[in-house]
Design a protein around this ligand. Structure first.
Ligand SMILES: Nc1ncnc2c1ncn2[C@@H]1O[C@H](COP(=O)(O)OP(=O)(O)OP(=O)(O)O)[C@@H](O)[C@H]1O
Length: 339
């Protein structure tokens, strides 16, 4: 459906996108994830035709979009601040793209009803946009983007402004809606939870380049680099020297999966791979913080040397701040990182 081929966009000296290759298949939902300034919005703007490229090509269904204006690309856009027209009612907003395309009035009204039903706002056509809650406005913006049946729907931080509970609910609804409609979606977010819940595939960006792409599970289980691991919120990254199935690190010997790269590497140990042992076993650490996270407790543990170790444990087993504990590592939760 969509193909980016060596797309480069420069602002002065700096490349906001640096030779980016990306493909999105029909019916696929791809989420682009990355820190602020990594080029996510620029990528969407390029595909929409709002941003010219300095090099490379954008193809939609195989056709080069060079010189094709925004309204001829057949893509739908929904931005973070949803940009609804405040002076128009809900129906007036949803039918915007249909009016632009000269769809007859009767058909417009039908389609608006259909879409409001779809986004969970049946019969809301006559309501004033200003009188809607944030979540309702978001649904109207989505209905408006979907109205002209775009071949590709692009979402920029679609749930950015909403509170967490509403975001979590809407993300589930969006995923099921896109599944039912068979919509092809390219979404941008800085929120990894949102990306992982919504996407068939995630693309992690760093400084205008793709740092990793894969299914949410692949990226979560095997972050390709320290950058991706840290971006996903993993903190236990330590240098080590692998020999066979053991790595020598500042935290002592850490088991690694068989078949791991040998020699000098960086290791990620997921918090689930950190086991608390009785005080005289394993790596001696002092508990420096203890944070209640609902179904588990996050502990930060300071060894005599080397970086702080992050651990997760059951609410009942968690040691208190200032206590000494021993720490052991589980090889299955260790990832040998590249770069
Ligand atoms: N119109 C512009 N003129 C100059 N520099 C720009 C322009 N638009 C973007 N940039 C720069 O390009 C880089 C990528 O910006 P972009 O908005 O694509 O990042 P982003 O990942 O979407 O960030 P955020 O999550 O903060 O929206 C940034 O360094 C930004 O400052």
């Amino acid at each position: 459906m969509l193909k980016l081929d060596g797309v480069t966009v420069r602002f002065g000296e700096r490349a906001a996108l640096d030779a980016v290759d990306l493909e999105v298949a029909e019916h696929e939902t791809v989420c682009v994830l990355g820190p602020s300034g990594s080029g996510k919005s620029t990528l969407l703007r390029v595909v929409a035709g709002l941003q010219p490229v300095d090099a490379g090509r954008v193809l939609l269904e195989g056709a080069d979009q060079g010189g094709v204006p925004v309204h001829r690309r057949g893509v739908g856009l929904m931005f973070q601040d949803h940009q609804l027209f405040p002076q128009r009612d809900v129906a007036g907003n949803v039918s915007f793209g249909l009016r632009m395309r000269g769809v007859p009035r009767a058909r417009q009204a039908e389609r608006v009803e259909e879409l409001l039903e779809l986004v969970g706002l049946p019969g809301a056509g006559r309501r004033a946009v200003a009188a809607l809650s944030g979540g309702e406005q978001q649904r109207v913006a989505l209905a408006r983007a979907l109205a002209p049946s775009p071949r590709l729907l692009m979402l920029d931080e679609p749930l950015g402004q909403l509170d967490r509970t509403l975001r979590e609910r809407l993300v589930v609804e969006l995923r099921s809606l896109f599944g039912r409609l068979g919509t092809t979606v390219l979404a941008v977010t800085h929120d990894q939870g949102e990306a992982f819940a919504l996407a068939d595939r995630v693309v992690v960006m760093r400084d205008g380049r793709i740092a990793q792409t894969g299914t949410p599970l692949e990226v979560w289980q095997r972050p390709a680099s320290e950058f991706v691991a840290r971006f996903l919120g993993f903190e236990n990254v330590v240098p080590g020297v692998v020999s066979g199935v053991v790595a020598a690190t500042e935290w002592g010997a850490v088991p690694v999966p068989s078949g791991s790269a040998q020699g000098s590497v960086r290791l990620l140990i997921r918090p689930a791979g950190v086991r608390l042992l009785p005080a005289r076993e394993g790596l001696p650490c002092e508990v420096v913080s203890r944070t209640f996270r609902g179904n588990h407790v996050a502990l930060r543990l300071r060894p005599r040397s080397g970086p702080v170790v992050e651990a997760e444990c059951g609410v009942r087993d968690a040691a208190g701040v200032g206590e000494m504990v021993g720490v052991g590592f589980v090889g299955a939760e260790v990832v040998v990182l590249a770069g």
